[in-house]
Ligand binder design. Structure first.
Ligand code: TNX
Length: 472
C-alpha cells in the first residue's frame, strides 16, 4: 500500500462506474453499494467512468491492484474474483459514515497491490442444529464476502435435522425438516432444491463457493428417524433435539447404507457447481473403528465418481485417502498423526482449530451465546495464531486454507449469527488473506475499532468486545 494524501478522490454527484461486459455485474454491484451510500445516481457504462473496472493483467487468481488519484479510481485484476476482492477493499476505504446517505465521501489516494495467502478462506454455518432461511443465509453470504471469505461450507445434516431435499428420499426433509427439529425444539425447515440452487447462484455472484456437507457415518439420527431401515437392526429411533453427539451411526455392513449414501452424494453433487463435497466423518463414536474404515473406503470414491473433491473432518485421515481429499482439522490438541501423515503424502489441509477459529465458542465466560468445550475464544485469541505452525508436519505448503465454523446449538437469528461472527470472522479472514509477517494484533485491533460505527450505521449486530477500543 502506497498512500498519496495529495491524490484523494471525491465521490461527487457525477461519479460513475465503467467496466467491460465481462465485469459488468461486478460494476453493477459496486454501483448499487455506492448509490445506497451516497444517494448519487452512479450510472454504469462501458467505458469512461470515474471509477474504472478493468479485467486485465494480474492473471494470478484473486490478485488485484487499485489506483486512486484525484481524477479516478481504477480497479484492475485478471479475474472476476480479483475484481470482486478489489471492490471489497474499496468499500473498506470509504469512511464509516458512508453507510448513511448524504455524507461527504473521500477515498484516500494512493496505490494498493494485493493477493491472498491461501486459496481457501472459509466460513461454515450449521443449518442442522438450527435452520436458517434462505434470506438469513444470504445475509451471512453478504457478510462473509465483504471480508474476502470465498467459501461457505453448509452443514446440512445432523442428528436433529436434515435440511436439503433429496429426490427419492422425501421423508428426510418431511420428517427431518419438520417444525421443532432444531436444538431444544426450536424452529425447523429445510432447503428445497430450487432454493439451494438459488443460494449457490447468489453466492457465486459474490465469488463465494458453497461447500455442502452431509455428515456421515455418525450424526445421522434425523435420517434414521425418517428411514428406520438405515439403522443396523432396522428398529425405529426417536427424534432428538438435545445437543449430544456421537450416538448415531449408519451401518457399515448393510448394502442399504451404500444405496442411500450414493443417492445422496449423487444428488448433492448434481446441485454443486463448486469442486468440493464435504462428507463429515467426525465424532463417529458409535461406529467401531473397523466399520468406520469399511464405510469410508466405500464412500470416499463415490465423491470422486460424481466429479467432486472430498473434504472431511480430520478423523477421516485415519484411512487411506484419495490423493485430492482434504482433511479439515477441527480439534484443540497440539498434534495429530493422521493429519500429519496426510500432509506428508501430499494432501492439502484446511485448518479450523476449535480453540482459535470456532465462532460458536463463547468470547468470555459471560457471553450470552455459545459453547465453551474448547475454552473461551476472545478476539486476540482468534487472531494471534498461525495456521502454518499449528500442527507439527503441516506447514504452509500443505495448507489449502483456513475456515471459521459456526455451529448453531445456541443460535436462533441473524442477530445471533452476527454477534458470534463479528468481529472474530475478520480475524480468520485476515489470517487467510495476509501473510504472517504482515500481520500484527495491535494493528488489527486498531483497524477493527473503525467497524463499530460502520456496523452501527448498517444495523449489524456485533460483540462490543472490551479488547477493542471501539470508535463511535
Ligand atoms: C463438535 S466440530 C462438533 C459439532 C458440534 C460442535 C460444537 C465437529 C466436527 N463436530 O457436532 O456442533 O463441536 O462446537
Amino acid at each position: 500500500m502506497r498512500p498519496d494524501p495529495a491524490a484523494n478522490f471525491h465521490l461527487s454527484p457525477t461519479v460513475s462506474v465503467s467496466a467491460a461486459p465481462e465485469a459488468a455485474d461486478i460494476a453493477e454491484q459496486l454501483a448499487q453499494l455506492l448509490r445506497r451510500a451516497t444517494g448519487h445516481p452512479v450510472p454504469v457504462t462501458r467505458d469512461g467512468g470515474s471509477i474504472r473496472i478493468l479485467l486485465e493483467g494480474y492473471d494470478k487468481n484473486e490478485a488485484y491492484r487499485i489506483d486512486i488519484t484525484a481524477e479516478s479510481v481504477t480497479l484492475r485484476a485478471g479475474t472476476g474474483s480479483g475484481l470482486f476482492a478489489a471492490v471489497q477493499t474499496l468499500r473498506q476505504l470509504l469512511p464509516a459514515e458512508a453507510a448513511e446517505a448524504a455524507e461527504i465521501e473521500v477515498v484516500p489516494g494512493g496505490t494498493i497491490e494485493d493477493e491472498p495467502r491461501f486459496a481457501y478462506r472459509g466460513a461454515m454455518l450449521d443449518l442442522a442444529r438450527h435452520f436458517f432461511t434462505p434470506a438469513e443465509i444470504r445475509s451471512y453470504i453478504d457478510t462473509i464476502a465483504q471480508f474476502k471469505i470465498n467459501h461457505l461450507h453448509l452443514h446440512l445434516t445432523d442428528d436433529q435435522g436434515w435440511r436439503l431435499e433429496i429426490p427419492g428420499w422425501p421423508r428426510l426433509t418431511e420428517i427431518g425438516g419438520a417444525e421443532g427439529t432444531g436444538v431444544d425444539g426450536a424452529g425447523g425447515g429445510f432447503l428445497t432444491r430450487p432454493e439451494y440452487a438459488d443460494l449457490v447462484a447468489y453466492a457465486e455472484r459474490r465469488f463465494v463457493t458453497i461447500v455442502p456437507e452431509i455428515d456421515l457415518p455418525g450424526h445421522v439420527n434425523a435420517a434414521q428417524v425418517a428411514y428406520p431401515e438405515l439403522t443396523c437392526d432396522g428398529e425405529p429411533v426417536g427424534p432428538r433435539t438435545d445437543a449430544e453427539v456421537g450416538y448415531s451411526s449408519l451401518c457399515a455392513n448393510r448394502e442399504e447404507t451404500y444405496a442411500f449414501v450414493e443417492d445422496v452424494i449423487r444428488e448433492v453433487a448434481a446441485l454443486t457447481p463448486g469442486p468440493f463435497l464435504h462428507i463429515g466423518g467426525d465424532e463417529a463414536f458409535s461406529t467401531p473403528p473397523e466399520d468406520y474404515r469399511t464405510f469410508l473406503t466405500r464412500v470416499l470414491p463415490m465423491v470422486g465418481k460424481y466429479g467432486k473433491r472430498v473434504v472431511g473432518w480430520h478423523e477421516m485421515a485415519a484411512v487411506d485417502l484419495p490423493p485430492t481429499a482434504v482433511p479439515q482439522y477441527w480439534r484443540v490438541e497440539p498434534a495429530d498423526d493422521g493429519v500429519a501423515r496426510a500432509a506428508r503424502t501430499g494432501h492439502q489441509v484446511i485448518m479450523s482449530p476449535a480453540d482459535r477459529s470456532y465462532l460458536d465458542m463463547k468470547y468470555d465466560k459471560d457471553s450470552p451465546l455459545g459453547l465453551d468445550w474448547a475454552g473461551v475464544v476472545g478476539v486476540e485469541r482468534s487472531y494471534d495464531w498461525d495456521p502454518a505452525v499449528r500442527l507439527p508436519g503441516v506447514g504452509e505448503e500443505s495448507l489449502l486454507g483456513v475456515e471459521a465454523p459456526l455451529w448453531s446449538e445456541t443460535l436462533r437469528s441473524v442477530a445471533d449469527i452476527e454477534f458470534m461472527a463479528l468481529p472474530r470472522l475478520l480475524a480468520i479472514a485476515e489470517i487467510g488473506w495476509t501473510p504472517r509477517a504482515a500481520r500484527d494484533w495491535s494493528s488489527f485491533r486498531a483497524r477493527l475499532a473503525g467497524f463499530g460505527p460502520r456496523w452501527t450505521a448498517e444495523g449489524v449486530n456485533f460483540h462490543r468486545s472490551p479488547e477493542i477500543d471501539w470508535e463511535g
